[in-house]
Ligand binder design. Sequence first.
Ligand code: HEM
Length: 508
Amino acid sequence: MDSTYATAFLAILVAGWFVYAKRAKKTSLPGPPHLPLIGSMHHMPTKSAWLVFSEWNKVYGGIFHLDVLGKPIVVINSVKIAKDLLDKRSSIYSDRPHAIMAGDLVGFSRTLAFLPYGDIWRKQRRLVAQDFTPSMMPRYFALQEREVAALVRNLLKAPDTVRDELQLRLGTIIIRATYGYHVESLDDSMLKSGLDGIKNFSRTTTPGRYLVDIIPALRYLPVWMPGAGFLKEAEEMRQQLTDAANKPYEWCKANLMTGKTLMPNLCGSIVQDAGDQLSNDLEETTIWSAVAVLGGGLDTNESAALSFIMAMILYPEVQKKAHAELDSVIGTERLPLISDRPNLPYIRSIMAETLRWAPPGPLGVPHAVTEDDVYDGQFIPQGTVLMANIWHMLHDPEVYPSPMEFIPERFNGDDTAMDNAKELVFGFGRRICPGIHFAEGTLFCIITTLLATCDILPQLDAQGREVLPEYAYTGGSIVVPEKFNFRLKARSAYMVTLVEEASLVPPE
Ligand code: HEM
């Protein structure tokens, strides 16, 4: 009985969707062939979509479209077109796609990164942007340097703990900067709930995992009905996200009085500045913007740090040149600091090349357009989802010859060329990553501290032969290198002492 009812219900929904899709105005952009009802869904790549879209550049060019059950998706491979639309027409291209499971049911659409474009987004964005401007960055240098020293100290003892260590240290940096809370270990509940939130996000945004994203009316199914288990799952994840957002904020606010909250930090500064004017609205804005900072800054930086380590193993001559620059500019009597960045052009090129070679978000975060538009004579309907193929843009052989090779020299020490590559990695228009300067500070610190202290070497097999990692990445919206092993050899006993001392500076 139940399953007959469910089948009939589904059939009506699908038929309704079909009628709707037939009526909707279609784009004239090129793209893979469509079938009735499902559109080009069967062509939608399920793995490493950026590589498939990059191949399609040869067939369809710099902008093309897919139709997934009537929903238009536009993929942009061309830098010029991405800038024309997402930067220059950002007043209409700054929305996010509407996701039923992740957004409405679990509640990620309350967070800065996934809010629809509008006033609530604007208010959240302002709070984060004003705390992460270049001039605000030096106040976090000591924190980044201490946690990176702890990272390197521990990696020297056990390089195979690199993924846990990166999550711990990157999480500690971000949670301290956002809430003034010092994380003690990977089991710390503040860190754990943030990490669980990120996992739930990744799960609920995996394309095709939840039917409700294809047939939105399924959200109104009675919870007792077979097949409605996703509603219970969504409710649990919603509670998890609400706790992950509220608890650290509440801790920060309560401990401003006890002095435990380490200042300055994003939430603490807002609460302090507001004084007795702290409204419910401002609290809500603060809570949901702050939780996006943790989500935005963890896996992305982890990915970049792992790609850097992989590149150093595969390109020992680059590592040698980097060591030489560090030895001549910094010497061997102190650790490099983030403030040394202007004096280390080769290391800056390594950082830019790392982000170019392996952008952590190869397809960025999708935008959506809020009005019908016409670009170069082609119609783009309101609600179209736009995916910028950042990976392709950074692997265009016309701009970056031998794009799969790691060649910091390609920038010729020119910071404008480096910025051109780096900017793409952090997205577009009004939605561009607000954490760009903070992320670069952390990454630069990881790169210089590791290089100043260690030789980064390939793993050896039982016969003593080198085992080189492969350029292979996991799926998902943020990609990380597949597991690989490596060795670290201290460059001197003195450097090890320095890194140990730097890691013991008390949190402040
Ligand atoms: C290597 C590190 C990072 C990379 C590659 C990166 C990349 C990106 C990208 C591609 C976007 C989407 C931009 C768009 O929609 O066009 C984004 C958004 C965002 N990032 Fe980052 N990010 C990094 C680190 C960080 C850090 C450290 C923070 C926090 C301080 C952060 C916070 C955010 C937030 C809150 C958004 C959403 C902005 C909005 O929707 O208005 N990210 N990031």
